[in-house]
Design a protein around this ligand. Structure first.
Ligand SMILES: [Zn+2]
Length: 220
């Protein structure tokens, strides 16, 4: 059983790469926001914490980080219990989450089976790729602003219409990139301190080349 974690700024394509390794190695790709959405849909109305978090979600307010971590770890244990590995593209997102999650992951998967990829992307490239990126109407699949997707009119996964969001304007992307530097990147130091060999990948290459650089770290 393997756990593959992707850490990188917005636009680094970590979700896409997590999909690639999930398909290749038969892993479950977990994106925290999608996991929460699924949980809320099947929420038990007597679960007070869940109801409270669902209300925050619908109001567009960030969910309680310790609760999010709990939900993710529950899911991780369930997946491991079924004998399956995981690919993570959106967590841990903060040092707080990493400190809670990594020790549990180590217990579950064993440190030698945990791979951490840092997909590096400059701020300028992040802004260029994300300004004017599109998402699909049905499942919010992201379509980055890459030349290879320029002529795409519908979502390649579900055929729904592609739309742009106000959130994807250059100023907002700049803030999100800074958030990444301040809150997410410190995780790399933490993992270094725990003895991990972080695999740094140049995220400014075409998608297939990034996948190639990732996959060549595995022997099978
Ligand atoms: Zn879609």
């Amino acid at each position: 059983m393997r756990l593959i974690i992707f850490i990188g700024p917005i636009g680094s394509g970590k979700g896409t790469q997590a999909e690639v390794v999930a398909k290749k190695f038969g892993l479950i790709h977990i994106e925290t926001s999608k996991l929460l959405e699924k949980k809320f849909k099947t929420a038990d109305p007597s679960d007070k914490k869940m109801v409270e978090q669902k209300a925050l979600w619908h109001a567009g307010i960030l969910n309680d980080p310790s609760w999010v971590t709990e939900v993710l770890l529950d899911e991780a244990k369930k997946i491991a219990g079924e004998g399956k590995g995981m690919a993570l593209s959106a967590s841990p997102r903060t040092l707080f989450e990493a400190e809670k999650e990594i020790p549990v992951f180590e217990e579950t998967y064993g440190r030698d089976n945990i791979f951490v990829f840092n997909i590096a992307l400059s701020e300028a490239e992040s802004i260029k790729r994300n300004s004017g990126r599109r998402i699909c109407e049905k499942n919010r699949h992201p379509i980055p602003n890459f030349p290879e997707f320029k002529d795409l009119k519908i979502c390649p996964e579900d055929g729904s219409k592609l739309i742009t969001r106000a959130l994807d304007n250059p100023e907002t992307i700049k803030i999100r990139y800074q958030e990444y530097l301040n809150r997410t990147e410190p995780i790399l130091n933490y993992l270094n301190g725990r003895g991990y060999n972080i695999l740094k990948i140049n995220g400014e290459q075409p998608i297939e080349k990034v996948s190639e650089d990732i996959l060549k770290n595995f022997n099978d």
